[in-house]
Design a protein around this ligand. Sequence first.
Ligand SMILES: [Zn+2]
Length: 404
Amino acid sequence: MRIKFLGGCREVGRNAVLLETDRRILLDCGVKVETGEIPLPSGKVDAVLLTHPHLDHSGMVPSVRSRVFSTAATLEQADLLLRDSIKVQRSKHLPVYFSERDVSRMEKVRVTFGQEFEIGDTLIDIYNSGHVPGSFGALIDKKLFYTSDFRLSDTRLLRGADFDVKNVETMVVESTYAFKEHPPREEVEKMLVEIVEETLSKNGVVLIPCFAIGRSMEILMVLDHYDVPCPVYLDGMAKKALDITLSYPEFLKDPEALRKAAERAVPIFDHRDRKIALKRPSVVVTTSGMLSGGPIISYLKKLRNRPECSLVFTGFQVPGTPGRTLLDTGYYRNGTEFKVEMRVEYLDFSAHADRSELLEFLRKTSPERVIVIHGDECERFAEEVKNDLGIQASAPENGDTLEV
Ligand SMILES: [Zn+2]
């Protein structure tokens, strides 16, 4: 089997790995969301295996025009994100590579965990990756494992990755947090609740910008679990993502707990609702996670001069995004510019494995060879895997081909 790396090497974004067996199979095909960069051309492809809906893995799938194999939850969430991405690309004056019609025309093939299936003569098994609802890592012909984005430990929303794979020859592993440890989840949850309580005690409003898929639901569950004493509002694309997730309870750790949190959340539909939400102390969970668009911006404009209010980021802010700029400088800059007087915090609710988890996973599965992708320091991590774990390891560049 030949593997060609088309994107996502020594970088985070535009993940795309081409397998050449008797068929040409793409493992993901994403965009670099911040810049609009796309993977190298793939030529004609027989099938795409889409591991999860995030745009850095799915953003170019409609333009490949081949069958798309994935879980039902991923296919439906990807549909939502891809349609939205067309609008976002246009608003940023970035190139658009497909139309709504291309998204509708995607030939979707549903597969699920524990179901072995074939594309041509290639045998594929998929395993829960604990990243977002319905996400997976893929075992190809019982010898190559593509982790995609994964998290080993549980969150309120999801069970950790179920990567119980043995005798793997080649492991293609993500390395987003190869040099960072995440704080224990419970600690992070309690920090969130503390910020909410402090803000409420000053009669303030807490804004929580979230990624629609996965994260917004986890935050609703945390707020419900600790029973924060105020209304919790849900605005933007997160509402649709929540409906989709609830319709696939098989991918959740505790569907009942999410249902309860969802019942408590008050959906917001228009400007009138937004005004009402800000009239008294409350929490607003909305998109987008890095402040590049969505309803969060109108909330921010209304609350920016109120130091008794808080803004809590729940995910890593990529350099160059308005969220990161605000975190670093205290200013919102994205077309317009203004100072934000609110309390601004960042909490690490990551959906990725951290350094310990990555090393533990590689040690446990002990593959013959490790290929490190999807990170800012892939070469450094490959070097470490080689020296510390004694496993052959490399960090290819985009365009490299490997025979396995
Ligand atoms: Zn992801």
